[in-house]
Each structure stands twice: as C-alpha cells, then as structure tokens.
Design a protein around this ligand. Sequence first.
Ligand SMILES: [Zn+2]
Length: 291
Amino acid sequence: MTTLHETPIKENIFVWTLGGDTIQTSYGTNCTGIIGTDAVLLVDPLIAPAHARLVDEAVKDKSDAPVRFVVLTHHHTDHALGSSHFAEQDAIVIAHRACREAMATEHPHLIAERRQQPDLRDLFADAEHMLPAVTFDEGVVLHVGGIEVEVWHPGWGHTPGDAFLFVPESGVTVCGDLVFSGYHFNYEQASIAGARKGLQALASLDAETFVPGHGETGGAEILDAQQQYHDTVQEIVSAGLSADKDDAAIAEEIRARFPDYRLSVVIPSAVAKMKAHLAKPAAPAPRPQHS
Ligand SMILES: [Zn+2]
C-alpha cells in the first residue's frame, strides 16, 4: 500500500501527499488540512476514498474535531474524488460553480471507465460520484474553529472552476493547480492567459508560504518558477513551430528542458494548448476615443 507523507506547514496546517506521479498515488496531489479548535477544513482530499481514508487517519492523529469543510481547488479527480468519504460523514463540500458543473459532466464516466480497467478497479471500487453542496462565484470566507480562511476564484486559469485559499493569520496560501512545483503543468483545460493572471493574484497576497497543487511547498519563488515554466514552454513551442517541428519533437524538447520534473504524461497537453494559444490572433489595439 502507498504511504502518506506529512509536511507540517504551521502548527495547525499540514500537507499530505502520496508523492509520485501515477494515478495509484493520486498523481502526487497535495491535500492540505487546516485544523481549528472544533472543526477541520480539508483541501483536495485526493483521488479516491481509499486515499481519503489515509488522510482521515492522519487528521485523527492531530485532532478529535470533525472534518466540517472540504474545499476543492478544481474538479480534476486527483483533487476531488476523495471528497465522498468526508461527505458521507457530513462534511460540507464547497467549490466554485464551474467546478461543480465540470464534476457533474465528467466524473460519472471517468469513474465508470476506471472501474473497467483491471489495474484501477480496486482503487475506484467505492468511488462515489458526488457534487459539492455549496458553490460560490467570486469567493467565500470560512470560519474553521477560530481560523479565518478566504477562498477566492481567480478566473479561468488551470480550469474554469479554479479556487485558491488564503489563511491571513498564518500567511499561508493553498494554490491548487495554478502552481505545480517540480511537476509539469497540466494545460489540458487551462487558459494560458488566465493561468498567468492566477499567478499574479497569488503573488498579490500577503503570504509567505505557498502550497502548490503538486510538489514541494515553498515561498514566492515557486510562483516565479511556474511563471518561467509557462514562458519557457511558450518559447519552445513557438520556436518549434517556426522550425516546422512535429508535436513529438517539441514535447521531447520540453521534457529535456525540465529533466527532473514529474508528470511528463501531461507534456502533450502543453504542446497542444500552447499551439492553439499562439495561433490566436492578437487582440486588436484599442480604438482611440477622441480621434
Ligand atoms: Zn492536480
């Protein structure tokens, strides 16, 4: 069985991950726990109830308080499908409206597909399709046993229903997949311009600590690294197109530029999305108002 790794961020904030970059370890997604006096908030409780139960055990080691809130930073299953385990115990699952909509359209068939695959059948045997009970459009503030937690939607960045969390009293931000640290960025459903704007929103917070969706927690330098990653991928794809390279060759260049990065399975999404982004005509210059 896989082992849950724990990183203490503050005395009442912890990050748990199964590491790695395969579906059997939730693709290395980070689950964050904010432990209040009489309530616990979890962010992104991994890909399946089996993994969520490991988080549940880790929470119970810290506190007798119930998991009252689960916030999803977006709908991707590695962040969302563990929620049913906590919803069954009366936790309120909260997400952006577009996150809930994407869960409704994508999750039932993803669960069904995985149950048909011999190597995934066991992991998803008790995965339940569930939908958040509470949605928001712009943001919401949660009060978690004395800890104030802000939840914000920065617009369509990594996915249409992105959210990040900010804990003002401890200067901790939970970024979701606006930030991958040491992992390739999954551009599959991203807006390139929005992903950059999302980084600006994170950088504008009065925060010292940033928990990425995948990879090691750090300071503002992990936001800079993500920005540089977007720039580098854009340069490689742009140069590749000018030189008439095919997608496989361009993907290989991205891989070679970040040799230690995990999750190389998503590199083709970078090539496809960046090509579409570069093909878009530039926005027309604003018309002079008083000519
Ligand atoms: Zn993810």
